[in-house]
Design a protein around this ligand. Structure first.
Ligand code: AHR
Length: 498
């Protein structure tokens, strides 16, 4: 009943791209307004950004920050979001049935990204707009000066170009809910022409083509194959989106959600490489898992959207410790595929299915999911080691027999420090773990941090914001080249060896 694996520095998966720890800010609900941006809040800086949120975003350790959507981007007119804020138009945002004031726009987003030390990741609207608008936005954002659009940016107060390198060619264009939804062939052509036009201005851009909105889409895999056949030489990444939730009380399956996520990644890799083989190309397309999270989507879909409010409370899931364990397992799934997943964005960052919550005029606090992300972003940098677990299993309705242990390990090659991330999916029993350290020679266990609770429904809330916090693991030891630990039932674990 002990779970085991061996770590050997000679056997690795790949280097972690820092952008694996990206996130996502969409004009949706209160992610922007009263989330990152709230002029008049006691903590707001001179540009209206909440400094209490900036501090938490830095602590979370996010890298690339995708913007401005999401479904929102398919109605986005970038021109509305620049220039003097008081002159920007109020518009209907049909995706979320809200009123968009445009008080927060492109310049404010860049200011936010810079203040948190992140990297911009901008999406263009390929739902209701096309090649020309994408190219004009690129010119406005990145061209140094001497043209109407680049001089306009300077006149708006930003002489320095924004230097946005990473661009998404639309959002979820395979989804029938998307404004301007397209077939794979239609989208593939449009994405190719948009990419070509953007590359005419700057060939060093990194471009992301839309893949499927989930592995369950009817068009899944055929969509990727068709889109990549058109865009293979023009883009660098294909996107993946996935959200997980506990359905009808089936917690065992929910705890195994990463089984779906890993198969999704492997199937997209296979599809990319199939297209590459057909094209006799040596180029490899990488994966941008640019929306992932736990999201109680069924609950959201059961209720009608409010009518045309500004910044309504939408998708404000309050995460339990169980959700955080599943969430941690999703992080492990991404790290285990670090050779091909080079960008990933936790959807989203503040208030909307988010690790950080705020109250208008009030405090900001950490949800349970904050902790696995922050720990992995801080200590999961370096080279992922090839972890092949031998583990007792349990039975799930959705995925059959699933190992109780889900794990990965990352080695910092400059310091030699190794960090193991592990989830015990078992609801009721502790899981003994033994790791054979082979060629590694760490001297000690620096830290064993655990997220678990005797109440699987425990959550952090406005009135009790620190109900769930990580605690130290007990009895974890390193002896004769073997790490021994006990993983609490339903737990996320970070074990640092130094
Ligand atoms: O993240 C919430 C929404 O989920 C995004 O707007 C959309 O891209 C996805 O369906």
């Amino acid at each position: 009943t002990t779970a085991r694996f061996a770590l050997d520095p000679a056997f690795t998966v790949g280097e972690v791209d820092p952008r694996l720890f990206g996130s996502f800010v969409e004009h949706l609900g209160r992610c922007v307004y009263t989330g990152v941006f709230e002029p008049g809040h006691p903590s707001a800086d001179d540009r209206g950004l909440r400094t209490d949120v900036l501090d938490l975003v830095r602590e979370l350790g996010v890298t690339a920050i995708r913007y401005p959507g999401g479904n929102f981007v398919s109605g986005y007119r970038w021109e509305d979001s620049v220039g003097p804020a008081e002159r920007r138009p109020r518009r209907l945002d049909a995706a979320w049935r809200s009123v968009e004031t445009n008080r927060f726009g492109l310049a404010e987003y860049i200011d936010f990204v810079r203040k948190v030390g992140g990297e911009p990741m901008m999406a263009v609207n390929l739902g209701t707009r096309g090649v020309q608008e994408a190219r004009e936005l690129l010119e406005y954002a990145n061209h140094p000066g001497g043209t109407e659009l680049s001089d306009l940016r300077a006149a708006h107060g930003d002489k320095e170009p924004y230097g946005i390198r990473l661009w998404c060619l639309g959002n979820e264009m395979d989804g029938p809910w998307q404004t301007g939804h397209k077939t794979a062939a239609e989208y593939g052509r449009l994405a190719a022409e948009t990419a070509r036009a953007m590359r005419q201005l700057d060939d060093s851009l990194e471009l992301v083509a839309c893949g499927s909105s989930s592995q369950a889409m009817e068009t899944f895999a055929a969509w990727e194959a068709t889109v990549l056949a058109e865009t293979y030489d023009l883009v660098d990444h294909i996107s993946l989106h996935a959200y997980y939730e506990e359905i009808d009380g089936d917690r065992d399956s929910f705890l195994a959600s990463a089984v779906d996520m890993e198969s999704f990644i492997e199937n997209v890799v296979a599809t990319c490489d199939h297209v590459g083989a057909r094209l006799k190309s040596r180029k490899r397309i990488n994966l941008s898992f640019d929306e992932w999270n736990v999201w109680y989507q069924r609950r959201f879909q059961a209720e009608p959207l409010p009518d045309w409010e500004e910044a309504p409370r939408l998708l404000e899931d309050n995460y339990s410790v169980t959700d955080a364990v599943v969430f941690g397992s999703l992080v492990i799934a991404l790290l285990r595929h670090a050779d091909r997943v080079t960008v990933a964005c936790l959807a989203q960052l503040v208030n909307v299915i988010a690790p950080i919550m705020t109250e208008p005029g009030g405090p900001a606090w950490r949800q349970t999911t904050f902790f696995p992300f922050a720990q992995a972003s801080r200590h999961g940098r370096g080279r992922v080691l090839d972890v092949r677990v031998q583990s007792p299993t349990y039975t799930t309705a959705k995925y059959g027999e699933v190992p109780l242990l889900h794990a990965t390990a990352v080695r910092d090659e400059t310091t030699g420090a190794v960090t193991v991330f592990a989830v015990n999916r078992g609801q009721h029993d502790a899981l003994p773990l033994e790791v054979d350290l082979r060629g590694l020679a760490p001297e000690r266990v620096v830290e064993h941090s655990v997220l678990a609770d005797s109440d699987p429904e425990a959550r952090n809330t406005l009135t009790d914001p620190e109900r769930v916090l990580p605690h130290p693991g007990e009895g974890t030891e390193l002896r004769d080249g073997t790490l021994r630990a006990t993983l609490e039932p339903m737990s996320w674990n970070m074990i640092r060896l130094g």
